[in-house]
Design a protein around this ligand. Structure first.
Ligand code: NPW
Ligand code: K
Length: 509
């Protein structure tokens, strides 16, 4: 078992398994053995024993159902009472034979007196459910037919706090495998045992929330293509963070220009500059109307124009404010003509030039992304905020296509897309981080990273996406460090940055 870091699409997984299957490698045997091991471990945790417990196995028409049947057979062989619910007339033949041989019982969904409701009662009374309805062969749109009804009934039980522990086979059934959508009945899981490598749905919102804890079973698949979606882990931060060399001085560590805040929203200026200073940028140059307040709060900040390596533009800026608007537009000059990297947030999103490069990182939330798509795209791009939330990867990609920028879409899981198909999904943010000013801290933190690594950003157009994902990770960890498991104010998140970065660099986080 390894942590979930990389995910591959169903097509990539199929391509990787093909040569192994052709040479007779028993992939299903390995998969179902590992699956049965996880189920047995969970039963022991739940009931204190394996033998004598009750497991319901949900079996779809494909190989996902085959995995579940073989695992069911192994569990039956260990004294578990196994009831297999067959959701299709034809299921994996040798899996079914193995289950029956081992003493498992079967019910055919739809043929039972009492209908789906009666089957839901049997399943609901089990200690543990093995969900083998759909795997990478799922076509999306949720689980269809009677199995979909069963999934809905089981979901209602879970929502009511009841219902058995669910172990999903490969994926929670019903999710969009490659796009992370949940557009119909989905069986939410406590644990997902996924084979070969993770799939995008296990990392991407909104589907990822259905997966529970994800365990990857290594099947030795030759997955050497670029992963579809990546999740950075804490150990990756050291490779991204601009650790100063011994001969560093403030200019080599980067100067970040900040256009943020107005008299009406002065707090954003303080939060952005505080975060950038505490993230260790060489120098912050603040441009705006609340310089006195900024300097009073952060005496390290300088004011007035001058050379910068990167920009953070937009927090607390209203495009109607003529002076701030001019400063943002002036900064875009350097960004477009000299290639200075930039974070473009909030009010500056409305002032973005028609086309920029991936050295510009947009940091919208779903509502802002919907607005940007509506203004810059065609008729099909005019979607409400809810559509962006339902398919964040798709719409972040679309915004990248339309603008050329790297896009960091904020949410409970933050999605980042860049050029050449790179995509990240970071889930570190505790729900407490959904608070005013948290985005300003992220914008300052990411600006500091871009300022210090501006030369590398010129050389590698995919680096801003990695830095943005790294910033999201650091941001989430800082919130946790500021107040583990409880409410947190944006300023406290900024103040936690130095210790958070030190812990991540030392491998203590
Ligand atoms: N990767 C690996 O290395 C290994 C992979 N293995 C396992 O194989 C799994 C993939 O198996 P698979 O290809 O047979 O597809 P799977 O998801 O079981 O079902 C396809 C069936 O479902 C149906 N169906 C589709 N959408 C539907 C919907 N919304 N609602 C209802 N039905 C729907 C579809 O019907 P159709 O739409 O075509 O009419 C078809 O009949 C994989 O996830 C893993 O568990 C391991 O055994 C070994 C190692
Ligand atoms: K499944």
């Amino acid at each position: 078992m390894s942590p979930v870091l990389l995910s591959w699409t169903s097509a990539q997984v199929r391509a990787a398994e093909e040569p192994l299957l052709a040479s007779g490698v028993p992939l299903m045997e390995r998969a179902s053995f590992a699956l049965a091991g996880v189920a047995a471990r969970e039963l022991r945790a739940l009931r204190g024993r394996v033998a004598g417990s009750r497991v319901a196995v949900l079996v779809g028409a494909g190989n996902n159902g085959g995995d579940a049947l073989f695992a069911g057979a192994l569990l039956a062989g260990r004294g578990v009472r196994v009831d297999a619910v067959l959701a299709a007339e034809r299921v994996h033949e040798s899996g079914l034979a193995a289950l029956v041989r081992a003493g498992g019982r079967t019910v055919l969904l739809g043929a039972e007196p009492g209908g789906v409701g009666a089957v839901a009662d049997v399943v609901g009374d089990a200690d543990l459910v093995v969900d083998g309805l759909l795997g990478i062969g799922a076509r999306g749109g949720g689980v269809r037919g009677a199995a979909g009804e069963l999934v809905t009934l089981l979901g209602e039980r879970r929502a009511g706090g009841g219902g058995p522990f669910v172990v999903a086979v490969d994926l929670p059934s019903g999710v969009g495998v490659d796009d992370g959508t949940r557009a119909g009945p989905v069986l939410d899981a406590d644990v997902t045992v996924t084979f070969g490598g993770a799939k995008p749905a296990l990392l991407l919102p909104p589907a990822a929330a259905a997966a529970g804890r994800v365990e990857v079973v290594d099947l030795g698949l030759p997955l050497d293509a670029q992963p579809a979606v990546v999740r950075l882990e804490p150990a990756d931060v050291a490779g991204l963070w601009p650790v100063p060399p011994p001969d560093a001085h403030k200019y080599t560590r980067g100067v970040l220009g900040v256009v943020a805040g107005t008299r009406a929203y002065p707090g954003a200026a303080v939060l952005v500059t505080t975060a950038a200073v505490l993230a260790g940028v060489g120098m912050v140059r603040y441009l705006g109307d609340v310089a006195d307040l900024v300097v009073a709060r952060r005496p390290e900040v300088v004011t007035g124009t001058g050379r910068v390596q990167a920009w953070t533009l937009g927090p607390g800026v209203s495009p109607e404010d003529a002076a701030q608007r001019r400063r943002v537009e002036h900064a875009f000059d350097g960004i477009v003509h000299r290639g200075e990297p930039a974070v473009v947030d909030a009010g500056a999103l409305d002032l973005l030039p028609a086309h920029v490069g991936p050295h510009v990182v947009l940091t919208p939330h779903a509502g802002e992304l919907a607005r940007l798509l509506g203004e810059r795209g065609g008729r099909d791009d005019r979607v409400p905020r809810e559509a962006v939330e339902a398919e964040p990867l798709r719409w972040a990609r679309r915004a990248h296509e339309l603008t050329g920028a790297t896009v960091l879409l904020k949410g409970a899981v933050t999605v980042v897309v860049g050029p050449h198909g790179v995509a990240y999904a970071q889930a570190e943010a505790p729900p407490w981080l959904a608070t005013a000013g948290a985005g300003d801290v992220l914008a300052g933190l990411l600006g500091a990273m871009l300022a210090a690594r501006d030369a590398d950003v010129h050389d590698d157009p995919t680096l801003p996406a990695a830095l943005a994902a790294g910033a999201a990770l650091v941001h989430g960890h800082a919130a946790d460090r500021a107040n583990p498991g409880g409410p947190v104010a944006a300023r406290a998140v900024a103040q936690a940055l130095p210790a958070t970065v030190a812990a991540l660099l030392a491998g203590r986080s």
